[in-house]
Design a protein around this ligand. Structure first.
Ligand code: MV4
Length: 480
């Protein structure tokens, strides 16, 4: 909607009962109510969304990051009703929707894939032979899957059959499809992805790379661009392979080609056929407004950039701020935000959907904002992020800000020595406790005093500032 405002395009938001006070619904020029909180009756209801577009005479629909963004039925429904879907063709979503057809197509296009099979396992004896050939450990993955659901690491042939049965049953209930395939299980994998832009005239470019290895239970928490291991040579190599991957499926719009990087080798993992949550770090280092490019591409315009016009400047890091309790197994923490002040200053971008007095509903995911720090190099980006998190005040709900503080001060993170097992290997939850003890000492005493009286809350929020200015003296590095 910000891109539309810059382009002089008016906007319509659809919202459910749970989002009637949400910022996006207020920001839009018009907002259409589409039903009760459960997404099956609102954000996943294709008919209601198409009807809202027709009633308001919307010419195009941007599907956002989740819900129907990668749903071919929705893309087709838009097309059938003469509404432009701001995204890829349904056929491209389809190919990448099954990991097996994705692997087959990528292999044919000369894109390196993780050693394994390009078909579902049909019979268990065959699976044992295949696994012996690949060599243990292997990983079982559901073809229809995503988000790590139903994946199983297998270390020996004895474990294979029970693991296969278990993966199949999880896949069947989660995706309605129990097709499982086998890959070699890679050691110390880093998740590195390339941003793609493609227009309708077959111009396809990459907009550099992102490192997304800091994740917990397959949920990304911190992303950065560029990847700490990236060199110009490697970027050119991986980037041109990512472009080939997109071209092989006739891709149009913004998309992401994900790779696993392990001990010097890299392999195609999957392609996300949507704009992603972490796209702002790419915008910060390249200056490209990805959402605006998507809209212009959907309108039939040529790409605004050629490959050699894309360059990166400095470093960007994103922390996803969730309303959840990192000290209680990251349980979602919906509720009323009693006091809110987001950070600012040099190099900081905050994309947020909340404000003081907002009640975070319990129905959807717990992301409340994305803090992005840009600096001339990685160290400056980290320092700015730490400063931004120090400034960030959220009173009323628990957030994972303490988690981010714990990661940012970790030595291995600071060296860029990360992989997808970082949070477990570094026992980050222990250091979260240490950070939280210090943070919550102030927070607890404030929170306990938070009654219903708004005057009192205002006084307490002033006290937060006072307290913070006192503790800031403890910093090393001299005094000014
Ligand atoms: C892998 C892998 C190692 N080798 N694939 C894929 C989806 C992503 N969210 C996790 N995935 C992985 N795929 C190969 N060939 C390691 C992971 C992985 C992982 C797998 C199982 C359980 C926990 C995991 C945590 C991070 C990464």
């Amino acid at each position: 909607m910000r891109a539309c405002r810059e382009l002089g395009i008016s906007t319509v938001a659809v919202y459910s009962e749970a989002d009637k006070n949400a910022l996006f619904a207020k920001y839009a020029d018009e907002a259409v109510f589409i039903g009760p909180p459960p997404s099956s009756q609102s954000y996943l209801n294709i008919d209601k969304i198409i009807k809202a577009a027709q009633e308001t005479k919307a010419e195009a629909i941007h599907p956002g990051y989740g819900f129907l963004a990668e749903n071919t039925l929705f893309a087709k429904a838009c097309e059938d009703n003469g509404i432009v879907f701001i995204g890829p063709p349904a056929s491209a979503i389809d190919v990448m929707g099954s990991k097996i057809t994705a692997r087959q197509t990528m292999k044919k296009a000369g894109v390196p894939i993780v050693p394994g099979i390009e078909a579902g396992v049909s019979d268990p004896d065959e699976a044992v032979d295949i696994a012996d050939n690949i060599g243990y450990p292997i990983i079982l993955k559901p073809a229809a899957g995503g988000g790590g659901i139903g994946m199983k690491i297998v270390n020996s042939s004895e474990e294979l059959l029970p693991s296969l049965t278990s993966s199949q049953s999880v896949a069947r209930s989660a995706f309605g499809d129990d097709t499982i395939y086998i890959e070699k299980y890679l050691p110390e994998p880093r998740h590195i992805e390339f941003q793609i832009l493609a227009d309708k005239k077959c111009n396809t470019i990459h907009v550099s790379d992102r490192e997304c290895s800091i994740q917990r239970r397959h949920q990304k928490l911190i992303e950065e661009s560029p990847s700490p291991i990236m060199t110009e040579d490697l970027r050119e190599k991986m980037g041109s392979i990512a472009v080939n991957a997109a071209k092989a499926i006739g891709y149009v719009s913004a998309g992401t080609v994900e790779f696993m990087y392990s001990r010097g080798d890299f392999y195609f993992l999957e392609m996300n056929t949507r704009l992603q949550v972490e796209h702002p770090i790419t915008e910060m280092v390249t200056g490209v407004d990805l959402a605006k490019e998507q809209i212009l591409i959907a309108a039939g315009e040529n790409l605004g950039y050629s490959q050699n016009e894309i360059s990166i400047r400095g470093w960007a890091i994103e922390c996803r701020i969730n309303a959840e309790d990192p000290l209680n197994d990251f349980t979602p923490a919906p509720g009323k935000i009693r006091r809110y002040r987001s950070p600012g200053g040099p190099g900081i971008r905050v994309d947020s959907g909340v404000y003081t007095g907002y009640v975070i509903p319990p129905y959807y995911d717990s992301l409340i904002s994305k803090v992005v720090a840009h600096g001339r190099n990685r160290n400056e980006a980290i320092a700015r992020m730490e400063r931004a998190l120090y400034e960030y005040i959220v009173v009323g709900v628990r957030t994972n800000i303490v988690f981010h503080k714990a990661v940012l001060r970790n030595d291995r993170f600071r060296r860029g020595d990360i992989n997808t097992h970082f949070i477990r290997e570094e026992n980050i939850l222990e250091s979260v406790k240490e950070v939280a003890e210090k943070d919550y000492e102030k927070g607890e005493s404030l929170a306990s005093a938070l009654g219903a009286d708004t005057r009192k809350i205002a006084a307490i929020s002033a006290a937060v500032g006072t307290y913070m200015s006192q503790t800031s003296q403890q910093k090393a590095g001299g005094k000014v």
